[in-house]
Design a protein around this ligand. Structure first.
Ligand code: KE4
Length: 423
């Protein structure tokens, strides 16, 4: 496949933008490829500036559960844009989207909109510390919660590729109150709380981590996080930036029947625009400025265009049968994918419409397990699929995403390619 325009565009981008990208994982360094430069996207099809078309399984990192450029969402966006794109003054869409979030996530009694998942998590953590007047935050190895200084500790996603899974430029003092434990290690959680429970402000977790690749919570693990945080009067934060509106209309918390104290959302909620949210118990949220002493703000937060895209997206997702249909498609696909990899020493982890193929025969239940998979084989698989016009999430520490726009034909082609993958 010829990509001369992308190659030339990347050379120019490198002159002006670090790594030629505005988010590291897009540089395709972990798969040794030159990034695509996309001209347009519609449904599940990406078209690059060389005219090559790809079936997209990354979907802007999980945003487009409906597929790119959904006509109803685009119509709502066009209408919103015609009325101005930002006011910096309240607009009806903010309350409209907050009500939809509250309907799907009843534990989110109050919601504040921000512009990225990083902002949502950073704000939720500050709120948890303000509410509990404690400092320690517990996270889990391989979970990624955005790039706020204090959370770049043993993080997944693009950080996983850095040495030590942390970041330069973060003073030790900034991570002194962050403790990262192995995911699924209930004993480690119990030991930490026994030792420091009274000083722990919150536990933050991706209820189904997708930033070390998809890893499933083992039976009782999330329930123990809920129980022990109640016992020690710490807060439980579910980072549902990926799982929210994906694992069900009410995210992972509805699927598992658990109620965190705070939840963060992103990606799907913005319908393709920069919008994210944090929210939870009203008594905790009442500490947020202007009501309370915990400050948080944002010029474009609750932007009317993003709100309109989010409202239209959620209204489509709320239509009867949407998730049942997506789950049915996903279940059939994963059953066939399991067959396709049967003798290939590849491990499939999936939840809802999220999935990761780990290039190892071993189970993957933690970041340490995920790091045992073979990156070279992943890289060969990524290139093989790209050569056959499938764009996967370009890192072994990421998830792939099904959407309601993927056709049976596309899924069948994907399966056939996996079955014939030589590596
Ligand atoms: P953003 O700041 O990138 O909007 O969201 C940060 C974030 C927070 N929490 C979770 C669970 C997340 O997955 C993310 C961001 N996800 C990555 C992909 N794994 C974004 C892609 C990128 O970094 O370019």
């Amino acid at each position: 496949m010829n990509r001369p325009h992308s190659i030339k565009a990347y050379e120019e981008a490198l002159r002006y933008i670090p790594g030629g990208v505005n988010s590291p994982v897009r540089a395709l360094r972990s798969v040794g490829e030159t990034p695509l430069f996309i001209q347009k996207a519609k449904g599940t099809t990406l078209t690059d500036i060389d005219g090559n078309r790809f079936t997209d399984f990354c979907l802007s990192w999980g945003v487009f559960i409906l597929g790119h450029a959904h006509p109803q969402v685009n119509k709502a966006i066009r209408k919103a844009v015609s009325q101005g794109t930002s006011y910096g003054i309240p607009s009806l869409g903010e309350t409209g989207l907050a009500k939809l979030v509250n309907q799907s996530f009843p534990g989110m009694e109050k919601v504040r909109f921000v512009n990225s998942g990083t902002e949502a998590v950073m704000s939720a953590v500050r709120l948890a510390r303000g509410f509990t007047r404690r400092n320690i935050i517990v996270k889990f190895d391989g979970c990624y919660h955005g790039h706020a200084d204090h959370l770049l500790v043993s993080a997944g996603s693009g950080v996983a590729g850095l040495s030590g899974s942390s970041s330069a430029g973060v003073p030790d003092a900034f991570t002194a109150y962050t403790v990262s434990l192995p995911f699924n290690d209930t004993e480690a959680v119990n030991r930490l709380f026994a030792e420091k429970g009274e000083a722990i402000a919150a536990v933050i977790v991706e209820p189904v981590p997708a930033n070390m690749g998809v890893v499933l919570p083992q039976a009782g693990f999330l329930e123990q996080l809920r129980n022990i945080t109640v016992q020690y009067k710490s807060l439980l934060i579910f980072d549902e930036v990926i799982t929210g509106f994906r694992l069900s209309a009410g995210g992972a918390q509805k699927r598992f029947g658990l109620k965190p104290d705070l939840t963060t959302l992103g990606k799907i909620i913005g319908g393709g625009f920069p919008a994210a949210a944090f929210g939870g118990r009203a008594d905790i949220m009442s500490l947020l400025a202007p009501d309370g002493p915990v400050y948080q703000a944002g010029t474009l937060s609750g932007n009317p265009v993003a709100m309109s895209a989010g409202i239209e997206t959620l209204q489509i997702l709320n239509q009867p049968g949407y998730y049942e249909n997506l789950e049915k498609t996903a279940a059939n696909f994963f059953a066939e994918l399991t067959d396709a990899i049967a003798d290939k020493k590849i491990r499939l982890n999936h939840a809802g419409s999220l999935f990761t193929l780990f290039f190892t025969a071993a189970e993957v239940n933690s970041f340490a397990d995920a790091k045992q998979a073979d990156p070279e084989r992943f890289s060969r698989f990524f290139k093989y699929m790209l050569a056959h016009h499938f764009y996967l999430s370009p890192s072994p520490f990421e998830a792939n995403f099904l959407s309601s726009a993927h056709s049976e034909t596309e899924l069948a082609r994907f399966l056939k390619l996996v079955k014939n993958f030589p590596g």
